[in-house]
Design a binder for this molecule. Structure first.
Ligand SMILES: [Zn+2]
Length: 316
């Protein structure tokens, strides 16, 4: 009986692949550069090569592997395992699931990076033990994953979890999705940088005036150094994130909320006002036993999540 599971994280810059045994022990990992310019045929072969390599490194045969999970960027046809559109990779309608299944004859499952990250944090990271977990990632975009009983909640057409496009201000800034005032347009990393630059002229005392290029990282640095204006910019974003989380908590009644992504590395600067806002807006019974935690897996979240995907979908 096959007892091992493999996960692959396909990113714009690297492919990371890992294999676990039946005790969730990570036996081997392989990381190679994606080299996006090589095109889909070479890259999908390269992905397959990393699968062969983790099996070889751990001494596991293909018939010992029950399932493969793939974390993919872009717009996906999840059940059919097709990358419909990935502008970063320049992939259009690539049948990735079929390509991997044909090479290894192992059932292969697909999902997007936010769902997979949520599943990874649930099984291997900050959300271990949670039965009803909400994951939110705040980086260049804002995304989410809803995990119940160890499975991703997909909704009617596999679109659930797109929490970055919840409207916070209907007259707010234009979002990449075409609407105005989505939380992504208000509190993602680029939005925080834009907000900081917008009113910087009114704050000649701010340390941010010393930077030639301002991203969310510089705003965070200035705030860490005690800059009040930078702190205010982060607090405004954090309060808005908290507002969205409160609505989701009131809807989903999770026992755990895990917040990851680059912006979450701001730590207390972000979490304190965010949690304060959640507490002000969440209906009381839902706050009992609710944990709100920073993500734990860091750069390994894609590969651990892809393994968790193989485990949750590949169980007989
Ligand atoms: Zn949007």
């Amino acid at each position: 009986m096959s007892t091992h599971f493999i996960g692959i994280d396909l990113g714009g810059t690297k492919i990371a692949t890992g294999i676990v045994n039946s005790k969730d022990e990570l036996l081997a990992t392989v990381k190679v550069p994606t080299q996006a310019e090589d095109g889909w045929e070479i890259i999908t072969r390269r992905m397959g090569d990393t699968i062969a390599e983790v099996m070889q490194k751990s001494g596991v045969q293909a018939n010992d592997v029950r399932a493969i999970g793939v974390c993919s960027p872009g717009a996906l046809d999840i059940p059919n395992g097709i990358v419909l559109r990935s502008p970063n990779l320049k992939w259009y309608n690539i049948p990735l699931k079929k390509i991997i299944e044909e090479r290894f004859n192992i059932p292969t499952y697909f999902d997007n990076d936010a769902n997979v990250a949520g599943l990874g944090e649930n099984r291997y990271g900050a959300g271990i033990g949670s039965k009803h977990m909400l994951y939110m990632t705040v980086s260049t975009g804002i995304g989410g994953g809803i995990i119940t009983d160890g499975k991703i909640y997909h909704g009617a057409t596999f679109g659930a979890g797109e929490i970055g496009h919840i409207t916070v201000d209907k007259n707010g800034p234009l979002c990449g999705c075409g609407n105005h005032g989505c939380i992504e347009a208000i509190a993602s990393g680029p939005a925080i940088a834009r907000n900081a630059k917008e009113r910087l002229k009114e704050h000649p005392e701010s340390l941010l005036n010393d930077y030639s290029n301002i991203t969310a990282r510089e705003v965070s640095e200035a705030a860490q150094a005690g800059d009040q204006y930078a702190k205010d910019v982060i607090e405004t974003a954090a309060r808005n994130i908290g507002l969205v989380l409160a609505g989701l908590i009131n809807t989903l009644n999770p026992d755990c909320v895990v917040v990851g992504g680059g912006v979450s590395h701001m730590g207390e600067l972000l979490f304190k006002p965010m949690i304060a806002e959640v507490k002000e807006r969440t209906i009381n019974p839902f706050l009992q036993n609710l944990k709100i935690l920073p993500a734990k897996l860091g750069g390994d979240v894609g590969v651990m999540g892809a393994i968790a995907l193989a485990q949750s979908e590949g169980k007989v």
